[in-house]
Design a binder for this molecule. Structure first.
Ligand code: HEC
Length: 152
């Protein structure tokens, strides 16, 4: 009889369970690398305020979370697509396509707040001044987003 079958089932189960727990906690421990912003060529400037991000979280919970989990706006696909892009491009895409089925239905400030919350989820730092909802200001801010860890 092969040696494997002499190991008591409960021990085998414990070993399997332990390695599953270890794998899960390893995944959880891997932090999402923080993004930052470049405004008009100058690095690491806070581009939104914390209270705006809090307002944006409320918009997200009320209007966006019905269809989205936060991974949709932080994960590998998102980061690959939006790294290096102006914040305005993402803002405009959201404003003109979301919420799906009723695009443009929110006040412009709510889109800016949701944008601020998305920046916060990506680890960008908050500062004193809210993200302006105007196109010229938004076009001058570029997103720097390091790739998300594999499988994130
Ligand atoms: C009724 C469902 C629904 C709601 C509500 C909704 N979305 Fe979406 N969203 C989608 C779908 C579906 C897609 C994919 C569309 C596509 O790829 O063409 C999407 C795509 C996106 C993307 C693009 C992601 C990428 O990587 O390009 C962003 C950003 C986004 N939504 C943000 C939001 C925000 C912010 C809100 C709330 C203001 C919101 N969505 C509300 C369904 C929804």
């Amino acid at each position: 009889m092969p040696r494997l079958f002499q190991i008591p089932g409960s021990l085998l189960l414990a070993v399997v369970a332990t390695s599953v727990v270890a794998a899960v906690s390893m995944t959880a421990q891997q932090p999402l690398p923080q993004g930052h912003a470049v405004r008009n060529g100058v690095d690491t400037i806070p581009v939104y305020s914390d209270s705006q991000a809090t307002a944006g979280q409320a918009v997200w919970t009320k209007t966006c979370s019905e269809c989205h989990e936060s991974k949709d706006v932080t994960g590998a696909d998102f980061r690959t697509k939006w790294a290096g892009q102006p914040v305005f491009t993402l803002f405009e895409q959201i404003r003109t396509t979301m919420p799906d089925g009723n695009p443009g239905s929110l006040p412009r400030e709510d889109y800016a707040a949701a944008m601020a919350y998305i920046l916060k989820l990506n680890g960008l730092p908050a500062g004193a001044t809210p993200l302006a909802a105007d196109s010229v200001a938004l076009a001058g801010i570029k997103l720097v987003l390091p790739p998300a860890p594999p499988g994130y």
